[in-house]
Ligand binder design. Structure first.
Ligand SMILES: Nc1ncnc2c1ncn2[C@@H]1O[C@H](COP(=O)(O)OP(=O)(O)OP(=O)(O)O)[C@@H](O)[C@H]1O
Length: 526
């Protein structure tokens, strides 16, 4: 049995509400049952703007009675009423949408508010069966059909094809022989409230960006730094170890911010007024790494500069040297680096003279260094020397709470750069928050730049995103067979389109017609 806890906020309840439930049982922290939360009471809370109030304030003590008043009005009077101009004038004067179907689910009437909220014109739906509207992706679910099926009032959250979200409450009107004659639904737009929820989330994140315990950052390049709940302790530790000269190893996937953290540590260390140098061990050919790192004497090898060259290690004297992709450092150089790490001494290529340097080394790798040591590709002694403190930088998919802030930061940065004023729709934020970001923050920054320069309109929407951005919505697991089938269908079509590129070939591979794949892509907004 699905249950909520009384301390949950309204906004949390909205995102977890099971769409096929009329009410959900609510329990307190002692696991005692306290009442029921219904979609109707949630709808009231939403409309009062009470998104962060605990749901206990909206709990009903008794389960709502799923019946409706029986009446003694002759059936023919209903027909006269629903087809009368008076009825249409009355419904058109309402602010909320009204949708009326007959007892089989065929649309009879929609009021003006419904057309305004959904962008669906009456001529598109009148005479249409509700199941066709769901099949064609015009609406995501039908409260009227559920009502006809269950013979009782039903409330559902519905997504309209224009992306707006509504709460629809449908009530059946019964004939004297207890058959459903009509279903009357009220339709409320909750898109604005969901937007409000996103705004709230964003504001909460802004507060979380810099933990209280962390002193203000002096360095200008960090004004865009986003720190969320999953990285707070990482930055706190970085802060603490920055003051010592301890060797630090940063581990994490590509693009997660290892270089950024190395610079952060430098700016917060006692060496902050000295130089910060960076060498990417995988970016230069093996035979050049040594001369780049240690420098060389005049004429020490073919192609060398006549006057010799100072290596990056010497240039870093007094400051910090960041060795990126340390796992790719050739074995023969590892012993030389060990000398630097242990004794602060090294020799230029082509020289026999030992030189002294004072450098703090921070290294980083996206590989599992312990595993490379086990394979014998990395010296164990060097591994332990470089790895006094390990900082594991989590991938972006494990830092979902930071994604909205990062999108905002980069949107602002690229808006400024390209003199644009682009914004993102809440759906787009939601979509990107649920994407897995294999390239992490670098991928996110690239995507935002690309969207800012390639979109023609000011509001970036889901339809502007490249097709490979496929989110996984954790709380939207299919609940019925129909939804499960739809999800599998959507995923297969999406994969086939990515693989084959055209609807013709993708349809062929899936064994369906081209028109069918086009229709389904429209339905699933692919
Ligand atoms: N916490 C953060 N807040 C905002 N931007 C960030 C943050 N961390 C990283 N970035 C940005 O993400 C991009 C990638 O970061 P960075 O180059 O530090 O990653 P990396 O882990 O060193 O990648 P690689 O392993 O490929 O070298 C950079 O543009 C950086 O400015």
């Amino acid at each position: 049995m699905f249950r909520f806890y009384s301390t949950m906020t309204v906004e949390e309840a909205i995102s977890h509400y099971p769409i096929d439930h009329n009410e959900v049982e609510v329990y307190n922290h002692l696991e005692e049952f306290v009442g029921y939360l219904t979609l109707e009471s949630l709808s009231v809370a939403i409309h009062q703007g009470e998104l962060i109030r605990p749901i206990i304030d909206f709990v009903l003590l008794q389960a709502p009675v799923q019946s409706f008043a029986h009446h003694s009005i002759p059936d023919s009077d209903f027909h006269t009423f629903f087809t009368s101009e008076l009825c249409h004038i009355a419904f058109n004067s309402l602010y909320d949408g009204v949708y009326i179907t007959d007892g089989s689910g065929v649309t009879l009437f929609v009021n003006e508010a419904y057309q305004r909220i959904t962008g669906i014109k009456d001529e598109e739906v009148i005479g249409q069966h509700m199941s066709h509207l769901v099949e064609r992706g015009i609406i995501s679910a039908s409260a009227s059909l559920e009502t006809i099926l269950k013979k009782k009032p039903v409330t559902v959250i519905q997504t309209i094809r224009n992306g707006r979200q509504t709460i629809v409450s449908a009530t059946p009107i019964m004939s004297s022989s207890n058959e459903i004659m009509y279903v009357v639904s009220s339709v409320r737009d909750i898109t604005e409230l969901i937007k409000l929820k996103h705004e709230l989330d964003k504001q909460k994140l802004m507060f979380q960006r810099l933990p209280q315990t962390m002193p203000a950052l002096e360095h200008s390049s960090f004004h865009n730094l986003v720190i969320g709940p999953s990285t707070t302790s990482l930055f706190q530790l970085a802060d603490k170890v920055a003051k010592s000269d301890a060797k630090i190893l940063l581990q994490g996937e590509t693009g997660v911010g290892k270089s950024m953290i190395a610079k952060y540590i430098h700016t917060r260390s006692n060496r902050s007024n000295e130089i910060f140098m960076e060498l990417n061990c995988s970016a230069i050919p093996n035979h050049l790494v040594e001369s780049e790192l240690f420098g060389y004497e005049p004429g020490s090898f073919t192609g060398a500069l006549k006057q010799g060259k100072i290596g990056i290690l010497e240039k870093s004297h007094g400051g910090t040297l960041f060795l990126d992709e340390i796992g790719d450092l050739p074995l023969e150089l590892q012993v030389k680096l060990l000398k630097v790490v242990e004794e602060n001494r090294f020799m230029r290529v082509g020289s026999t003279e030992m030189r002294q340097v004072d450098v703090r080394i921070i290294s980083a790798t996206h590989r599992d260094l312990a595993e490379i040591v086990r394979k014998g590709e990395f010296r164990e002694d060097l591994y332990y020397r470089l790895n006094i403190v390990t900082l594991n930088v989590p991938p972006l998919r494990e830092r979902k709470e930071e994604i909205i802030s990062l999108l905002e930061v980069y949107l602002k940065q690229f808006n400024d750069k390209y003199h644009e004023n682009k914004k993102m729709t809440p759906e787009c934020y939601e979509w990107l928050t649920n994407y897995s970001w294999p390239g992490n923050i670098r991928e996110l920054a690239n995507l935002v730049e690309r969207l800012v320069v390639t979109t023609f309109h000011d509001e970036i929407d889901v339809s502007d995103l490249p097709s490979f951005i496929q989110p996984v919505f954790p709380n939207k697991e299919p609940v019925t067979l129909k939804e499960t089938v739809a999800q599998v269908e959507k995923s297969l079509i999406s994969k086939a389109m990515q693989k084959y590129g055209t609807t013709r070939v993708a349809a062929e591979a899936l064994g369906i017609s081209q028109s069918s794949i086009v229709q389904k892509m429209k339905k699933y907004q692919l």
